[in-house]
Design a protein around this ligand. Structure first.
Ligand SMILES: NC(=O)c1ccc[n+]([C@@H]2O[C@H](COP(=O)([O-])OP(=O)(O)OC[C@H]3O[C@@H](n4cnc5c(N)ncnc54)[C@H](O)[C@@H]3O)[C@@H](O)[C@H]2O)c1
Length: 276
């Protein structure tokens, strides 16, 4: 039975169902639930906002519970259903605990968005073991732990959709990006293997490859000059927005993509396919 909560600032409604003379607004993910990691800001928060606007109950995970809860409160204030949970996705048991808590709160799990990442660009001579350990444990192992925790609930529930946030850096070499490019290429491998193994359980696994999006995370590691270069290199002549990426996540999360699995959806304004 779809929720009949009032629509406030929340966005798109994609279907209208008329039942016994009442008009009920139904979103593309009405009645479903999602876990989104690294969701207190940036791409993760935009994905949580958009999924919530489609009627999905969302559990936002971030390193600190109060960051995640503040972002969840914004969604709740806009009419959505959201909780915030604190955990480090590189900690397998903690991540499983957070996913279990989300399932307890919402009664089911339909979507996982593996978005959290910690990043540092270093030239080859400067790469430090602790940089590699942190990036691999968050961006690579964290994706595996998320799939492991979510798949258990999705199998029990008859299926689901997992969306991993990769990067065009999985496809393109980048100076000072050896660890990042390697981790993101690894995410595409995980995506294909998980799709092959989990398909028989009706669990789809796909990845999104954004190019540069202006977020706090990017401003921390990419200079304004380099961002300008990126715009010039992009055929569509702009950076992606957090909403551009969220729309790709929504497509892969909902039934519009119900025969799509093991794919890398590049959302980059044409960057990865062009010479400049
Ligand atoms: N912004 C871009 O240009 C861009 C481009 C390509 C891919 N991506 C990918 O998109 C994702 C989001 O990027 P963003 O720019 O929004 O990043 P961001 O740094 O702005 O946000 C990342 C979030 O993840 C959280 N986080 C970090 N480590 C965590 C951990 N161990 N456990 C739980 N949460 C953790 C952070 O606290 C933060 O809230 C990342 O996977 C990134 O690699 C971003």
């Amino acid at each position: 039975m779809p929720n009949r909560r009032p629509l406030t600032s929340l966005g798109t409604i994609t279907a209208i169902s008329i039942r016994k003379g009442e008009t009920i607004m139904v979103g593309r993910l009405q009645g479903r639930s999602a876990v989104i990691t690294g969701a207190s800001r940036g791409l993760g928060k935009a994905a949580a906002d958009l999924l919530a606007s489609e009627g999905c109950a969302v559990a936002l995970i971030d390193l600190k519970a109060h960051w995640a809860q503040a972002a969840a409160d914004e969604i709740t204030a806009a009419g959505g259903r959201a909780i915030g949970l604190g955990c480090d996705v590189s900690d397998r048991d903690a991540f499983k605990g957070a996913v279990d808590e989300a399932v307890q709160a919402f009664g089911r799990l339909d979507v996982l968005v593996n978005n959290a990442m910690w990043n540092l660009y270093e030239a080859v001579p400067d790469i430090k073991p602790e940089t590699v350990d942190r990036m691999v444990s968050v961006g690579f192992s964290g994706v595996i732990w998320g799939i492991q925790a979510a798949a258990e609930h999705m199998k029990a529930g008859g299926g689901g959709s997992i969306v991993n946030i990769a990067s065009v850096s999985a496809l393109l070499g980048m100076p000072n990006g050896l660890v990042y490019c390697g981790v993101k290429a690894g995410v595409t491998g995980i995506t294909r293997a998980a799709a092959a193994e989990l398909g028989p359980h009706k669990i789809r696994v796909n990845a999104v490859a954004p190019s540069t999006v202006d977020t706090e995370g990017v401003r921390r590691v990419v200079s304004a000059e380099r961002i300008q270069d990126r715009i010039l290199q992009t055929p569509l002549g702009r950076l992606g927005s957090t909403e551009d990426i969220a729309k790709a996540v929504r497509y892969l999360a909902c039934d519009d993509s119900d025969f799509v699995t093991g794919q890398l959806l590049t959302v980059d304004g044409g960057l990865a396919n062009s010479l400049s």
